[in-house]
Design a protein around this ligand. Structure first.
Ligand code: ADP
Ligand code: ZN
Ligand code: ZN
Length: 721
């Protein structure tokens, strides 16, 4: 018997050792017993533990795969991720597999109808088909591809009649099978490429396809970044290589996918959270087998196996959804950089509002910095003005001035976006007599009033309560909703503009991908309309007819203590403002604020995101925060405040003793109580990344995780505090 190393889900810092009749290639799923259970594990390349007593080792129960599911390249990345993010060993391996594979389902494609070229077909001179133009065209496609699914041929415009005609001539065969052969990308197009502007041309020419070459493509909203991705991808496909495109969770709408499918004859698959498990399973297998030339997906698709990968694109690289906020707290952009580096292939990070990390990397010469300063269709960036709320009459936070602007844009037949980053009806349920505010029983947070459901809901833990009508403090019946969320904004707007179509986008309305798509479709088919929404509106969608963007409220970002609150606020403002005037009609943006003199507005109002970012970078430099120093947060939760604080106190003591890092805390977390748990945090800072890992790795491995009383985790490169 041989010893084999198997990654098994659980709190283990390395693979477990089992016995099997022969060595196992890394990347195969196996059934193994763990305690009294049988679980699915994955064979890995780590050397098995030879010191363990063979008599105590168990046999692998069953090997489930005949070929590895993950390539060596991905196995290496997964291994690295576990060590880098200080998480249990197996998590990244299982993150790389879709759910049905994790639970043991066969790695088999569904049967589909395929057309394949016969021997006769291979040698046919297409000209012999004479007048049958459709048949000729199909044969040309088939001679390039050898085989294709009927679905794919349909998408190319060939119906089954053409295929059947060629079957009769014995040029094609049709069969139902689970064809697992890979398909070489061609780079053939359906529609011709746009003629690039000079700026775009320069940017594209800097994307070299033959080696690791990270580029930051910084281009204002509507500057044609996507067109550059498409053209770079085409070059990659023409070399017979494949491409991976990452987009933010909400950015992967049918609009985006359709843009790729309209352009390329090669197959594109999408991987996102809206897929059913079987659909995801199939899409993943197609990618893994090399049947898709382009994989477009959200965060976790960075770990999709793709043979002969030649290019990675990360669109909206600054987007917060790339960072996973629980369990394995990885950053997909950073994994993408690592993957491109390991594969020695180019990577393009695109954004109108790059993260401070990427701007810093570009200024240090680690990334090529490509700029697009103008919109591709020649439209100009909209002017942005602030409205001083201190000098305005307003109704539920909508100023008279903004209301006037809305009216005039509606009269011109245009659409309007009102941005308000707060869902629900009102952020407070409040007593007018004594100032009492309804708080969540389990969190250190106010309840948000949702009028449609006549319920107070906690946005941090989901706790619901029926609002009281008699004040528990002063016993008056003077309770009311205070402040404005999207629900109330909609109500206010519909009173002022009763005959206008109003379309809302927030997590209550667009709670699923389908509903989001419905709202987008409504927007596209509507005439003059007012679109009200949260940050969902900032991402990716191209609203052709929006000419006015009104930012109802953004002041929250000015004063939050969170590490990235300012950066996010600037990105949000710039991105939302960028939705105005993207079509032929000119746009404008108005920002309502109680603090018009705040210095952050000055560069942002001039669309000068770069200067805004440079100022923030200087702040970060002064405080030695990322990207000028390395940061980890240790968070600790407990039903008992003193236990959480004590645990972190002990850790702080140990960390300080190493003399390798700076430690701040324990401090109460920004939300100091959530779902009944008290929350504390410890900030660990270092000038050297290696120091951070040197001291945190032993802490991660050896500190007890008696999760019953105290639970804790480490967040490397945190994006929030
Ligand atoms: P971004 O990704 O930077 O927001 P897009 O690639 O979506 O920009 O382009 C914005 C709009 O400009 C789209 O409607 C696109 O079709 C158009 N566009 C892009 N490049 C060109 C070009 N070279 N010539 C004409 N129109 C272009
Ligand atoms: Zn009261
Ligand atoms: Zn709560």
């Amino acid at each position: 018997m041989q010893r084999v190393s198997i990654a098994v889900q659980g709190p283990f810092n390395g693979p477990l050792t089992y016995l099997h009749s022969h060595k196992l290639a890394p990347g195969l799923r196996c059934k193994v017993s763990l305690g009294s259970r049988t679980v699915i594990g994955l064979s890995v390349a780590d050397a098995p533990d030879e010191a363990l007593d063979a008599a105590k080792l168990k046999n692998v129960t069953e090997v489930l795969d005949t070929a590895p599911l993950l390539s060596e390249e991905l196995l290496n990345i997964a291994n690295w991720m576990g060590r880098y993010y200080l998480h249990e060993f197996s998590s990244p391996f299982f993150l790389a597999l879709p759910k049905l594979l994790r639970s043991g389902k066969k790695a088999e494609l569904k049967k589909t109808r395929w057309a394949t070229l016969t021997l006769q077909g291979q040698h046919l001179d297409c000209a012999q088909l004479g007048g049958a133009a459709k048949q000729q065209a199909l044969m040309q496609v088939m001679q390039k591809q050898q085989s294709a699914t009927m679905r794919h041929l349909k998408s190319l415009g060939f119906d089954s009649a053409v295929v059947n005609a060629l079957v009769k001539k014995q040029l094609l065969n049709v069969s139902d099978e689970a064809n697992e052969e890979s398909i070489t990308p061609t780079g053939e197009l359906f529609e011709s490429e746009l003629r690039l502007t000079e700026e775009q041309q320069t940017a594209l020419s800097h994307i070299k396809l033959d080696a690791y070459a990270p580029c930051l493509l910084e281009g204002v909203t509507g500057s044609g970044k996507t067109e550059i991705y498409l053209q770079a991808i085409r070059q990659c496909l023409q070399q017979g290589k494949r491409a991976l495109v990452l987009v933010p969770e909400i950015g992967l709408t049918p609009q985006t996918l359709a843009r790729f499918q309209k352009r390329f004859q090669d197959d594109t698959v999408a991987l996102h959270s809206g897929l059913t498990d079987p659909a995801r399973h199939q899409a993943w297998l197609k990618a893994k087998l090399g049947q898709a030339a382009i994989v477009i997906g959200t965060r976790s698709s960075i770990l999709t196996p793709i043979p002969n990968l030649g290019l990675i694109v990360v669109d909206e690289e600054h987007d917060a959804s790339y960072k996973q906020q629980d369990t394995l707290r990885y950053h997909a952009r950073d994994i993408a950089l690592k993957r491109a580096h390991d594969l020695n292939i180019p990577i393009v990070l695109g954004s109108a509002t790059p993260s401070l990390e990427s701007l810093h990397n570009a200024s240090m010469g680690r990334f090529a910095h490509l700029n697009l300063a103008n919109r591709a269709n020649g439209s100009s960036l909209p002017p942005i003005e602030t409205i001083d709320m201190r000098k305005q009459q307003h109704q539920n936070g909508l100023s008279e001035r903004l209301a006037h602007r809305i009216k005039s844009h509606l009269d011109d037949g245009n659409q309007i976006i009102l941005f308000l980053n707060r869902r629900g009806y009102a952020p407070n349920w409040f007593c007018r007599s004594c100032g009492w505010i309804a708080d969540c029983t389990f969190c250190d947070a106010h309840m948000t009033y949702h009028r449609a459901q006549r319920t107070n809901i906690c946005h941090h833990c989901g706790h619901r309560e029926t609002p009281v009508h008699k004040c528990p403090n002063c016993h008056e019946t003077t309770l009311e909703a205070m402040g404005t969320g999207t629900e109330r904004a909609e109500e206010t707007i519909s009173q002022l503009f009763p005959d206008t179509t109003i379309i809302r986008f927030d997590r209550d309305i667009a709670s699923t991908r389908n509903k989001l798509e419905q709202q987008l479709a409504r927007t596209e088919s509507a005439g003059p309309a007012i679109i009200i929404g949260t940050q969902m509106l900032a991402k990716g969608h191209h609203f052709e007819r929006v000419t006015l963007v009104g930012i109802w409220d953004i002041d929250g970002g000015l004063f939050s203590a969170d590490l990235r609150a300012r950066e996010r606020m600037g990105q949000l403002l710039t991105q939302v403002a960028g939705r105005a005037g993207r079509g032929e009609r000119k746009g404008e943006v108005v920002v309502q604020t109680w603090y018009p003199e705040h210095p952050v507005f000055e560069p942002l109002l001039k669309h000068d995101y770069r200067s805004f970012a440079i100022e923030l970078l200087e702040d970060r430099k002064r405080t030695q925060l990322p990207p000028f120093g390395y940061l980890a947060v240790i968070r600790c939760d407990s039903a008992f405040a003193n236990l959480a604080e004590q645990r972190l106190q002990e850790m702080a003591h140990y960390l300080l003793n190493t003399q390798k890092v700076r430690v701040l805390g324990p401090l109460p977390a920004l939300l100091s109580r959530r779902a009944g748990k008290h929350r504390y945090m410890l900030l660990v800072q270092s000038q050297k990344r290696s120091h951070l890992h040197e001291v945190l790795t032993p802490l991660h491995r050896h500190y007890p995780r008696d999760a019953k009383q105290v639970s804790w985790h480490i967040d490397i490169d945190p994006s929030d505090l």
